[in-house]
Design a protein around this ligand. Sequence first.
Ligand code: AMP
Ligand code: MG
Length: 395
Amino acid sequence: MKSVDAHLAEILATVRPLAPLELELEQALGTTLAEEVSSPVPLPPFDNSAMDGYAVRAADISDVPVTLPVIDDVAAGSDELRAVGPGHAVRIMTGAPLPAGADTVVPVEWTDGGTVSVTINRSAGEGNAIRRAGEDVKLGQTVLEPGTVIRPAQLGIIAGVGRRRVWVRPRPRILVLSTGAELVEPGLPLGPGQIWDSNSFTLTAAVREAGGEGFRAGTVGDDPAVFLEQLDSHLVRADAIITSGGVSMGAYEPVKEALTPLGTVRFDKVAMQPGMPQGFGVVGEDQVPIFALPGNPVSSFVSFMLFVRPALDKMRGLPAGPPATETAHVTTPVRSPAGRRSYLRGMLAADGTVAPVRGQGSHQLAALASANALVTVPEDVTELPAGSAVEVIRL
Ligand code: AMP
Ligand code: MG
């Protein structure tokens, strides 16, 4: 059997970061920056008021209270500014440019709020409530480095330096296809021997959560020819494909039967539980990576976390490796098959303990849905007493 680490290493050696492209800002959320973003102007671009108040000369308000004539009113966006001469005040709003001559701003709360003349009750030193040009970003300064994931604040600063478009590695487009003659679309009635397809929903959602664009292609039955046809029709639009089901040892394994003859997809037994049968390779002219995951719902989800998620990171141009783990202590004894790494479903508590949930079968999706962590048990360990330290993966 192949080890979990060897299988992941092979996947990461095959998948490539997606080529950068230029996107409108509205399309850039969740993508990875592929250029250095710098500012063509200082930010703020000009000295401006940090408060609603009065722009004055500090020397004129050293003795308070003092009453000064209000010679102008400047709002944010004003461009015709009268200079503030000795003994003058200008009413000024937050974000409005500081008029020449003024060297301080008195907040309106320290005054009587007058519009013809203003009585100032509290003095302020030079520079009070003034935001200086360039104090956030200097002219030409780099604000974001390549490799940064664009989240709302990063999108904001890209817009804030005046950019409309940006070079990024896009969110990988991942097609999700479930196989199984027994599968029925949720919402439709079940016939004898049928179950509702859940994997394609789980996996599409997992792709989205991992920073990709997941597309659910629905389900196909167990005919390899129909499966290949479906796959072919979607290939041009996908950066990678995830299938579920049809990769184990039984009869009617359409994914394995259809892909094995291509010679570019390998089917291995990986030393893990759940999720032992795994297929991975590339398909089509563009060598699109394909993850052929086992059909049991818990197996396909765990396989996603261990193999597809790191591959998505690599496609996004991010550091890629096994999922992060942390140490916790099991509340009950656990068992694990010899020679395989187990990923038990557990409930991790704030006190650093983790309780394996009831129902550790690879079909027990409700148990998975009640868990918040995977408890790993190494290949060479078959039993652990309660209280043992284990590495857990947060879900
Ligand atoms: P397979 O890997 O195709 O042999 O399927 C293994 C088990 O997982 C079987 O019990 C299937 O009915 C079940 N299964 C396969 N695909 C799905 C799916 N998309 N949703 C829910 N269960 C599935
Ligand atoms: Mg099947």
